[in-house]
Design a protein around this ligand. Structure first.
Ligand code: FEO
Length: 170
């Protein structure tokens, strides 16, 4: 039986992960509109990963006999207008999500819910990777984004990102 608070936080996280998918789809639409299909692809793949995160939380609750309660997914805050600001917003969003995952971990830790802590270990690692990816993207944009040829190469690199199913299975 999952602790009530832990179950509540996990349930809320389903919504936050779907929101993340929504946010990255918004970013993808922005970049597609800018003619940067590689950046658009990168964020579309990111959106798929976020959906996976939500599905893992959903499944974990079900595996522990908790019925997920689905709430409305919010509209992304504001339509992006600036390439660099979009990348920065992506990094800030990942830092925010890291905080959320840590808060669930903390709640599980406080009630000695070792099973949930083990489940969340994957997410803790994943957040580290996602923050690093977002930071790397910002660095590359700062280095090459102002040069047409550099931007073309960076866009081509991002076009090569392919979706892979999560390494965590439940
Ligand atoms: Fe689901 Fe980007 O964290």
């Amino acid at each position: 039986m999952l602790d009530k608070k832990v179950a509540e936080l996990l349930n809320e996280q389903i919504n936050k992960e779907f929101y993340s998918a929504y946010l990255y789809l918004e970013f993808s639409a922005f970049f597609e509109d800018e003619g940067l299909d590689g950046f658009a692809n990168w964020y579309k793949v990111q959106a798929q990963e976020e959906r996976d995160h939500a599905m893992l939380m959903f499944q974990y609750l079900q595996n522990n006999n908790v019925r997920p309660a689905l709430e409305a997914v919010a509209k992304p805050e504001s339509a992006p207008t600036d390439r660099a600001k979009v990348l920065q917003a992506g990094l800030e969003h990942e830092r925010y999500v890291t905080g959320l995952i840590h808060a669930i971990y903390d709640a599980a830790y406080s009630v000695k819910d070792f099973r949930t802590m083990q489940f969340l270990d994957w997410f803790v690692k994943e957040q580290g990777e996602e923050e690093k990816n977002a930071e790397d993207l910002i660095k590359k944009m700062e280095l090459y984004g102002d040069d047409a040829k550099g931007l073309y190469m960076l866009n081509s690199e991002l076009a090569a990102r392919v979706y892979a199913a999560p390494s965590l299975t439940l």
